[in-house]
Write a protein that binds this ligand. Structure first.
Ligand code: SF4
Length: 350
């Protein structure tokens, strides 16, 4: 795939991105102290609390955590697709190549979203329009955003379907979404996400609705395309198995907080936060024979009324009195990894 950004953005005065001063030497994406809240009838839910991370080109960041931990809300805030109200971004910055997307007006933001950052959702069936063929939906992207002729757009749509491994792509371009299997539909979603050659793909639970073998095929495809195209990939999942093979770095979220950030090896071999450790102890591992699994007791907190101190303390086997009133910061550990636990040294040694 050629990079279209320089030619379309640089020469088309109608493209609002041409007026933005992107700094190509700045990180691809920097999320800094992002805060999102939801106003509900029961009170204000702090869904994302000062979450920070950086994503470089060619890097895969896994965002991991249970349902309701804030990982999908973080993705929607980056994309600018939160339902406002009830959601509201109350703090922080989301910088793409040095430009804070949160300060852009909606029209420009939409254009960044179309050109630079794409998202793949879990449910491909409801993300595709059921009354148009997949070829038409793909071609429409090229017609609307690249001003291609009908014939060129159709040809490009078929190329995209071939790229994501849809057999007999030319014929299948004329099929409707419901005529595809779940795995093939997710491939179509990947083709749609890559169509405008973004720099960043956010994949929000992209394989959750698929069975295990199809899951592996779709993840292989995503990882291969990410490597070949040198994309920044944010992979959001609750499944530690899904991120283990593909992520370079992992950010573990709990109750709206990033509680641990480290490279994938450190996370799996020497977790520095009790929640990460508990997650690992609750899944079977191929490298640990005779391992007994331990469930994490209790439930994640209600975000309108989280526990004081460390929000994990009611479920934490390392908890002490201090944890019930003293909220831990995201400590920087040797080697640059991070953990939001007062007793991270003890967790590392355990
Ligand atoms: Fe557990 Fe305390 Fe660490 Fe929180 S700060 S994770 S409660 S040990």
């Amino acid at each position: 795939m050629s990079n279209v950004h320089s030619d379309t953005v640089g020469t088309d005065p109608r493209n609002p991105l041409a007026r933005l001063a992107f700094d190509e030497s700045a990180p691809l994406l920097e999320v800094e102290d992002l805060e999102v809240e939801f106003r509900t009838r029961d009170g204000v839910a702090h869904a994302v609390n000062k979450v920070s991370f950086t994503l470089e080109a060619g890097q895969t960041l896994g965002i991991l955590g249970e349902s309701g931990c804030g990982k999908s809300v973080t993705a929607q805030a980056i994309m600018g697709i939160l339902d406002t109200p009830p959601a509201r971004i109350t703090g922080g910055e989301v910088r793409y190549r040095g430009v804070d997307l949160l300060k852009l007006d909606e029209k420009v933001r939409r254009r960044v979203r179309a050109d630079r950052i794409a998202i793949i959702f879990q449910d491909a069936l409801s993300s595709l329009n059921p009354v148009f063929t997949v070829g038409w939906q793909l071609a429409e992207l090229f017609r609307q955003h690249r001003q291609m002729s009908r014939a060129d757009a159709r040809r490009r749509a078929v190329e995209m379907l071939e790229m994501v491994g849809i057999p007999a792509a030319k014929e299948r371009a004329g099929d409707f979404p419901h005529q595809f299997s779940g795995g093939m539909r997710q491939r179509v979603m990947i083709a749609m996400a890559l169509a405008l050659e973004p720099d960043i793909i956010i994949a929000d639970e992209p394989t959750t609705a698929l069975d295990v073998t199809v899951q592996a095929q779709v993840m292989d495809l995503l990882a291969t395309l990410q490597r070949e195209l040198q994309l920044g990939l944010i992979l959001i999942t609750h499944d530690m198995g899904v991120v283990a093979d593909v992520a370079d770095e992992i950010c573990v979220m709990y109750a709206g907080h990033a509680v641990e950030r480290a490279d994938v090896y450190d996370i799996y071999e020497r977790p520095a936060h009790p929640y990460t450790k508990a997650l690992l102890e609750s899944i079977p591992r191929i490298d640990q024979k005779g391992q007994s699994l331990t469930a994490i007791t209790g439930l994640p907190p209600v975000l309108v009324n989280p526990p004081p101190g460390c929000s994990f303390h009611p479920r934490c086997t390392f908890a002490r009195d201090r944890c019930t009133h003293d909220e831990p910061p995201l400590y920087e550990l040797p080697g640059g990894r991070r953990s939001a636990c007062h007793f991270w040294e003890e967790v590392l040694e355990s």
